[in-house]
Design a protein around this ligand. Structure first.
Ligand code: KG4
Ligand code: ZN
Length: 344
């Protein structure tokens, strides 16, 4: 079975083809990073315009690189939530049009779910596991008991961790996106200031919630002192942010007696996070999965693969009046598609 995956939830126009026998056949990503650099973040109207311009050339490449025609495709998977609505609707419209013209089933995929299941493309992951979702828009913990069985544990009360990376990079004059630059720079620095680890020890109602805006303000104060080197500030920030992520994830594992973790989303590319989780594996016997680097940031392969799982295991497809949603939790998404499911 061959499924095409379309992803336009933020600033990358990405289309891939997943084959159930051969794996990922093509995985084309057209990045807009250069365009958004001057804004220091993603500018929605510009993102939408770029998607409109790039989506058909990206589709053409994803098919032609591997000499596949739309007629050979068995289903069209598309990110329907969450994301920038002006960006989401472009991928959804193209997916609906292709589905209608070629009479192929339309399969809904949740962006965060796809980040999580990206690890399944290359590794054997066992249920139940704790999913730590760390991206530009999300910082969340879920228990994943099975495909489509998601229990939300908590999330960020303010900034997402990737967003904090991006904002701190901007404060340090390092450009966009900030995560990879801070990660690189931190390797040359020392933890010169001990920054706060917000909510890290909270065992009350915020036990599985996160907060990064206080950490961002704390580092701004240190930057304004004008006495520390950028690499030392980057290192201090990176240590604090990764400590919180690791500590909350381990706490969730222990609270629910779970021994496997999947780290998902753009920040899962972070080298220090990977290193620290490696230590946890040895100390606590918790197995931690990361997707390969090329599947960490937004891509179509994770959408095509998750769409394949949905179609082959659940037979779920949706009608043409299904709408994209800017905000939608993964557990709520499952309820919604079950209600709107149609047989193709
Ligand atoms: O998942 P993603 O590609 O897009 C969203 O869905 O948000 O994540 C993008 C985020 C950005 O905030 C970027 O700075 C961050 O992932 N990121 C990193 C690293 N690589 C990307 N953050 C920390 N360390 C990295 N190496
Ligand atoms: Zn993402």
């Amino acid at each position: 079975m061959k499924i095409i995956g379309i992803e336009t939830s933020c600033d990358d126009t990405a289309i891939a083809i997943y084959d159930s026998n051969k794996g990922i056949l093509s995985n084309v990503v057209s990045s807009q990073i250069k365009m958004h650099e001057e804004w220091g973040g993603v500018y929605p109207d510009l993102a939408a315009r770029e998607h409109t311009k790039n989506i058909l050339p990206v589709l053409d490449r994803a098919l032609n690189e591997v000499s596949i025609k739309m007629e050979d495709i068995d289903g069209i998977a598309v990110t329907v939530a969450p994301g920038l609505i002006v960006s989401l609707v472009i991928g959804i419209s193209v997916a609906k049009t292709l589905s209608w013209i070629y009479e192929k089933p339309l399969i809904p995929v949740h962006h965060i779910e796809a980040h999580i299941f990206a690890s399944f493309i290359t590794e054997k992951v066992n249920y139940p596991f704790i999913a730590l979702v760390v991206s530009g828009g999300h910082t969340e913990l879920y228990i994943v008991r099975n495909f489509e069985e998601y229990q939300y544990l908590g999330g960020t009360l303010d900034d997402a961790v990737g967003e904090a990376y991006d904002k701190v990079a901007r404060m340090l004059g390092l450009g966009y996106p900030g995560g990879p630059v801070i990660d690189r720079l931190a390797k040359e620095g020392k933890e010169i200031v001990k920054l706060p680890r917000p909510l890290m020890k909270d065992k009350g109602k915020n036990r599985f919630n996160f907060s990064f805006s206080g950490l961002k303000t704390a580092i701004l104060r240190e930057i304004q002192k004008g006495i520390y080197k950028k690499e030392d500030l980057a290192k201090s920030f990176q240590e604090a942010a990764t400590d919180v992520l690791i500590s909350k994830t381990v706490d969730a594992c222990e609270a629910f007696g779970i021994k496997e973790v999947v780290v998902a989303g753009g920040v899962s590319a972070n080298s220090r996070l990977r290193e620290k989780f490696g230590e946890i594996k040895e100390k606590k016997g918790i197995k931690v999965h990361f997707p390969p680097l090329y599947l960490c940031t937004d891509n179509g392969a994770m959408i095509a693969f998750t769409g394949y799982k949905r179609f082959s295991e659940k037979k779920t497809t949706i009608n043409y009046d299904f709408e994209g949603k800017a905000r939608l939790r993964m557990d709520k998404f499952v309820e919604l598609i079950r209600k709107n499911s149609v047989s193709f």
